[in-house]
Design a protein around this ligand. Structure first.
Ligand code: SF4
Ligand code: SF4
Length: 231
């Protein structure tokens, strides 16, 4: 099993034990996909795993959608509201197939860590912001600061996914000399883009130069290059 599959299995195991221990039953079900409108961060290894599992149609969608998001990053990679704007625009993840994740067993840590035990209707883009009066009071009364946050999402799964994501980046950088972190569709587009594939073969310097040329390197939400020394 490679580092990505190991990290995914470890998080799944942790989450199963956590939910059991806490007596929490998530409301998340197949066919429920508001969270797939989100800005999903992944590692290069995770994006490769997703592409391997994806259908030809999803790979094509990811190329087009990732290219669109890469162009968006040129002007918006430092916009603190980028993920929120993206969520409200309701552009679905290109790996969503008929309302279900088409790469479920290969989905990134970021997707695995998004869970709630409250009403899925709260996950709709802009839903909690539109709440007023009694509906807002009811929503607030259901939030448990020990269990939820941000908003109505389960805190522990989200934090565990984040921690394991950084550990995965380190493992990938150590194994290959470098890795990337960025939005899933953008990475999936790059991995299918011949000039990027050529840069990837030449190594970290060529990848950095490519990302700089495209003006998507770094920034708040751009593509990050993480270097590591092989052991
Ligand atoms: S996080 Fe919300 S939208 Fe996503 S699967 Fe769970 S309930 Fe559904
Ligand atoms: S990879 Fe799957 S779970 Fe994650 S956002 Fe895309 S469709 Fe949703």
């Amino acid at each position: 099993m490679d580092a990505v599959a190991r990290a995914h299995a470890a998080l799944d195991g942790f989450l199963t034990a956590y939910l059991e221990r806490s007596g929490i039953t998530p409301s998340c079900r197949a066919g429920c996909f508001f969270c797939c409108y989100g800005w999903v961060e992944a590692s290069l290894g995770e994006a490769e795993r997703v592409l391997e599992a994806a259908s030809d149609a999803a790979r094509r969608r990811a190329f087009l959608e990732g290219r669109r998001r890469a162009r968006l990053l040129v002007r918006a990679k430092n916009d603190p509201r980028l993920p929120e704007r993206h969520f409200l625009a309701q552009s679905p993840c290109p790996f969503l197939e008929g309302g279900r994740c088409g790469v479920y067993s290969a989905r990134p840590l970021a997707c695995r860590g998004v869970l709630t035990d409250l009403d899925p209707a709260y996950c709709a883009p802009g839903a909690t912001r539109r709440l007023r009066g009694r509906a807002l009071l009811r929503y607030r009364s259901r939030l448990d600061p020990r269990r939820h946050g941000p908003e109505h999402y389960l805190r522990v799964p989200k934090e565990a996914a984040r921690r394991r994501f950084f550990a995965l980046l380190e493992a990938e950088a150590r194994a290959f000399g470098f890795t990337l972190a960025g939005e899933l569709s953008v990475l999936a587009y790059l991995l299918q883009h011949p000039p990027f594939q050529a840069a990837l073969k030449r190594g970290a310097g060529a990848v950095r130069a490519y990302l700089q040329r495209r003006r998507i390197l770094g920034g708040r939400y751009g593509v990050w290059l993480r270097l590591g020394s092989r052991r």
